[in-house]
Ligand binder design. Structure first.
Ligand code: CU
Length: 247
């Protein structure tokens, strides 16, 4: 085994009542220096629920059923194998130096089948958010920062695209004002490259982390937020698991 296993230290764990609390604490003026990393560490782990979770119950669609379908399943809590939580966002809070930022890119949220796809997206500041409508009906993207409206665009045509430069860190909460109340997506914008969205099994991985002590933050739209302290040494592989509980 080429790498020493790094120690993880389980520190203070805090749970906020609302997922949007993370928005309020996002530092607006933080700066990041991507000067590069030698012998970077890896932080990986799994976000889990303390049980299999409730069975998702589908509900009837009463608007645009010809395109949206007759029924849909809520996507605000998706539990996979091993009680893994999908679509949690994991990041290193407030990290100021480390690996280079990736070159600017475009990330897409598609309105397809009367859902935003993907539901949860994490990306870096300066990237472009492309809003796409693939449905032959009117959708809209009404983006909020916490409860404050950031922008609101109607998208009446299939194939329509609107680009928005992501010039502020924080969380955008996207909703459709065209009567599709179940449509929702979340775009997390970071000033550093240390973030991930958990996969279907709840797993995540952050690499190229400079040696040091960090606060790892976990966010889920319905489960809220948690924090864990982690200390990594050069080239180490730290495992950090977290378990959310349903209220
Ligand atoms: Cu819509």
């Amino acid at each position: 085994m080429p790498y020493a296993v790094g120690m993880t230290r389980f520190g203070t764990v805090s749970i906020f009542s609302a997922a949007l609390a993370a928005t309020l604490s996002a530092p607006a003026s933080a700066r990041y220096d991507g000067k590069g990393v030698v012998d970077g560490a890896t932080i990986s782990g799994t976000v889990r629920l303390n049980g299999p979770g409730p069975k998702p119950e589908d509900f009837p669609i009463t608007k645009d059923s010809n395109v949206c379908g007759q029924r849909t399943v809520p996507e605000d809590l998706i539990i996979g194998p091993g009680n893994g939580v999908r679509n949690a966002v994991v990041w290193i809070e407030g990290i100021t130096t480390g690996k280079k930022m990736d070159p600017p890119t475009t990330v897409t949220v598609d309105q397809h089948g009367c859902r935003y796809q993907p539901r949860v997206l994490a990306t870096a500041i300066g990237n472009t958010l492309r809003l796409l409508n693939s449905d032959p009906i009117l959708h809209s993207v009404h983006a909020y920062r916490s409860t404050v409206s950031a922008f609101n665009v109607g998208m009446p045509f299939s194939g329509m695209k609107i680009d928005k430069v992501l010039d502020r860190p924080g969380i955008l909460d996207l909703r459709c004002d065209a009567g599709h109340t179940w449509m929702r997506a979340w775009v997390h914008v970071f000033e550093h490259p240390y973030f991930a969205v958990t996969g279907a099994d709840g797993s995540f991985k952050l690499d190229g982390v400079p040696a040091g002590k960090y606060k790892l933050r976990f966010w889920h739209e319905r489960l809220g937020t948690k924090e864990k302290d982690v200390v990594v040494s050069p080239k180490s592989e730290a495992q950090v698991g977290v378990v959310f509980e349903l209220d």
